[in-house]
Design a protein around this ligand. Structure first.
Ligand SMILES: *[C@@H]1O[C@H](CO)[C@@H](O)[C@H](O)[C@H]1NC(C)=O
Ligand SMILES: *[C@@H]1O[C@H](CO)[C@@H](O)[C@H](O)[C@H]1NC(C)=O
Ligand SMILES: [Cu+2]
Length: 227
């Protein structure tokens, strides 16, 4: 009886992990974790990932509605907080795209550049590890020479546990709206479109992470612009 009860508790304890994924809910700005969905656009797909790399949903997630726009200083450290820690093996990228007018009205159809990434760590085919495991917040610097203006700031965690078949990689995405001040006259590059930046067959997206243990890992997307 005791064992049965223990088993039931264990199943209950594991259940939320199966039914609820991690979502990016808050912008971290000036050392402060802001209110959930104050500056981060809230999607309508709750916690489901995007899996079609050719979909416009790859920009800011499904049905993402407008949020407020945060004032952010170039060169400062910002970030995103999740509602719960990352529990799938995977990698992470952060991109920015300048709005033609306001961040609030921008659909992300312009050009994007990458400012941060967290990749996998390989060891000659003996192991592969995932530095994003168990992260509940991710922080990074906005390059100091980024030109002033309004931007979408987009974060994605690419979960790779089911990535051995095409369309199996899971993209957990959110966009924040920022108004960048104190910036410079840098020329961000390389510039990419979203969708367009990835193909379903990219070696870092279509990959069996379990066997054989990969000898190397190719991070999806362009190189990081450091300003
Ligand atoms: C951003 O800065 C402008 C100018 O200082 C200010 O009017 C506005 O309220 C600020 N926005 C937020 C969300 O704090
Ligand atoms: C963006 O920052 C500038 C400079 O502080 C300010 O004049 C403007 O009102 C801000 N815009 C928004 C949308 O916060
Ligand atoms: Cu899952």
């Amino acid at each position: 009886m005791k064992t049965l009860f223990g088993l039931a508790s264990l199943v209950l304890a594991l259940l939320p992990q199966v039914t609820a994924h991690y979502r990016w809910v808050s912008l971290i700005n000036g050392g402060v974790t802001t209110t959930a969905f104050q500056y981060v656009r809230q999607s309508t797909n709750w916690n489901s990932p995007v899996t079609d790399v050719t979909s416009n949903d790859l920009r800011c997630n499904v049905g993402a509605t407008t949020a407020s726009t945060a004032n952010v200083t170039a060169g400062s450290t910002v970030g995103f907080a999740l509602d719960q820690a990352i529990f799938h093996p995977g990698v992470l990228n952060v991109y920015m795209s300048k709005a033609p007018s306001t961040a609030a009205s921008y659909d992300g159809s312009g050009k994007w550049f990458k400012i941060y990434q967290i990749s996998a760590v390989t060891n000659g085919g003996t192991s592969i590890t995932w530095p994003t495991d168990n992260l509940a917040t991710v922080t990074f610097k906005i390059p100091a020479s980024t030109p002033n203006g309004q931007y979408l700031l987009r974060i994605e965690h690419i979960a790779l546990h089911s990535a051995s078949s095409s369309g199996g990689a899971q993209f957990y995405i959110a966009c924040a709206q920022i108004n960048l001040t104190g910036g410079g006259n840098g020329s961000p590059s390389p510039l990419v479109s979203i969708p367009g930046v990835y193909a379903a067959t990219d070696p870092g997206i279509l990959i069996n992470i379990y066997w054989p243990i990969p000898t190397s890992y190719q991070q999806p997307g362009p190189t990081v612009w450091t300003g």
